[in-house]
Design a protein around this ligand. Structure first.
Ligand code: ADP
Ligand code: MG
Length: 378
């Protein structure tokens, strides 16, 4: 398969009849463990993956940003005055808004991606980071990955209106090939850990889709805030296992269950990081499997399709653990699979999942990749 960078450059040449000045890329991600802990100031264990979004671009002499992405309507906006609309260009506009549009200059470019969109592999963060990198490169500014992640996150929350945590942007900006990152979402401390090479992470796309802007996600956030308030703390990060044994009497059972998931998931994520460091893939797999059960039963963010996929994966050869990834409700799960069994794992999981026919599955191994980077510059 041709790389997204090559496809972007080729599409650029077709559209603009010249070579691009710059080609950048930003990867999607999977989160091995740490479900819904990010906005509770907790821990997550994501890795950037070898599925990515590329933009081929050249500067313009005016303040117009002109964007084209296959399958989407071409769009343009003026950095001097732009308004909130709907559509895919809002991600790019949001980045310009968060970077300070008065200091930026216009460009035109083509976007391509090998990340399935809306599948919880964070194509939105990849698009934001790639856009930020084009702006930064063409205005000859220095690229600071953590700052770029904050800016892209601001774009998604403040402009697009998705109230998500910062994990997606941070790992798309800062990922390391061959490594997963333990991220402390309270103080943004990153610990890079090399992945054991006897296992692969396999992406399990259920083929089902759901808009993230819908109510369930925001409802979970509210329930977590309610739980923290009930315990008299600012964030569930500060709740201990012991506290859970003595909940306030008026606390709703459902809210207590949300809190229990977050507290235990934080511990599981720290344990999983230790398992990676110890090269204990079996333990890592067990923790991943426990995470799914908790997200399903205590946090209620799975779906029939995700459950069916995880069940299909767990019954297939070489599977050490599987769970939904991202916000849930639809999209992708992941599995940790013994390297030697990947081919038969993919075959069997696919045919098992098909029997349940929740959607058309797409299953592929992925590898931990580097964060956003400039690929060509002339
Ligand atoms: P996810 O981030 O899990 O893929 P989101 O709903 O957050 O799902 O983001 C998907 C949206 O991001 C798409 O509907 C589209 O608006 C935008 N997007 C992402 N990548 C691209 C792309 N390559 N071209 C056009 N739009 C894109
Ligand atoms: Mg997204």
């Amino acid at each position: 398969m041709e790389s997204p960078e090559d496809r972007a450059a080729e599409a650029f040449r077709k559209l603009f009849r010249s070579n691009p000045d710059v080609v950048v890329q930003a990867p999607g991600r999977v989160n091995l463990i740490g479900g819904h802990t990010d906005y509770n100031e907790g821990f997550v264990l994501p890795m950037a993956i070898d599925r990515r979004t590329a933009i081929a671009a050249r500067p313009r002499s005016d303040s117009i940003v002109l964007l084209s992405s296959g399958g989407f309507p071409d769009t343009a906006f003026d950095l001097k005055s732009f308004a909130r609309e709907t559509g895919w260009a809002e991600y790019a506009k949001g980045v310009a808004w968060a970077m300070g549009p008065e200091s930026l200059s216009g460009w035109e470019g083509v976007v391509t991606s090998s990340i399935p969109l809306g599948a919880s592999l964070s194509s939105s963060a990849a698009l934001e980071l790639a856009t930020a990198l084009v702006f930064t490169t063409l205005s000859e500014r220095e690229w600071d990955p953590v700052l770029a992640a904050r800016t892209a996150h601001q774009a998604e929350v403040g402009w697009v209106g998705v109230n998500s945590g910062i994990m997606d942007q941070l790992i798309s900006a800062c990922g390391h090939a061959g490594h997963v990152t333990l991220l402390d979402c309270r103080d943004m401390t990153q610990t890079s850990l090399s992945m054991p090479d006897d296992v692969r992470v396999v992406v399990l796309d259920t083929g089902t889709r759901r808009e993230l802007t819908t109510s369930d996600y925001n409802e979970r956030r509210r329930e977590c805030e309610e739980a923290a308030r009930g315990f008299g703390i600012g964030s569930l990060r500060d709740l201990s296992m012991g506290d859970l044994d003595n909940p306030p009497s008026e606390m709703r059972e459902v809210v207590l269950n949300r809190a229990r998931h977050i507290v235990e998931e934080n511990q599981r994520t720290l344990d999983a990081a230790q398992a990676v460091a110890d090269r204990d893939s079996e333990r890592l797999g067990r923790l991943i499997a426990q995470s799914h059960v908790s997200l399903r039963d205590r946090f209620s963010v799975s779906s029939n399709a995700l459950d069916a996929m995880v069940e299909a994966a767990m019954a297939s050869p070489g599977c050490l653990g599987a769970r939904m990834t991202g916000a849930g409700f639809a999209g992708c799960a992941i599995a940790l699979v013994e390297q030697d069994n990947v081919a038969s794992f993919v075959r069997e999981t696919e045919s098992r999942y098909r029997v349940t026919s929740h959607g058309e599955p797409t299953i592929f191994p992925c590898a931990p990749a580097d964060g956003a980077s400039v690929r060509t510059r002339r």
